[in-house]
Unconditional design. Structure first.
Length: 112
């Protein structure tokens, strides 16, 4: 009986740790930034697009200045069926624009 309880406990812990790791990796290995940490201009973009977004939509941003609009990049993947693909595309679009605008800060996924 003692061996059975120990095995059940270990199996339960294994399942819980597997579920936790899936939740952590849901958006991929991408860095993130909270909406409140965005400059006002990017936060306004986020708020205007938020009604169009679903649970799989993602936006990414990069900025070297909190005031200069030409030193900010904001890209989204809104109409997407898979969350990880939405995150990957948003990061890809952001990195393309970041390179074009020569922004040094890496792109980060925006989190609420």
């Amino acid at each position: 009986m003692k061996i059975s309880n120990s095995l059940t406990c270990r199996l339960g812990l294994l399942v819980l740790s597997a579920l936790w790791s899936l939740a952590v990796l849901a958006h991929g290995p991408f860095p993130s930034i909270h909406v409140k940490d965005l400059p006002d201009g990017l936060r306004n973009n986020w708020n205007s697009l938020k009604p169009e977004m679903n649970e799989n939509s993602h936006c990414a941003a990069a900025f070297d200045s909190n005031t200069e609009v030409d030193r900010m990049v904001f890209k989204c993947s809104i109409h997407i069926k898979m969350a990880h693909e939405g995150a990957r595309r948003a990061m890809h679009y952001c990195n393309e624009a970041r390179t074009e605008h020569r922004i040094k800060m890496p792109c980060k996924l925006i989190q609420e």
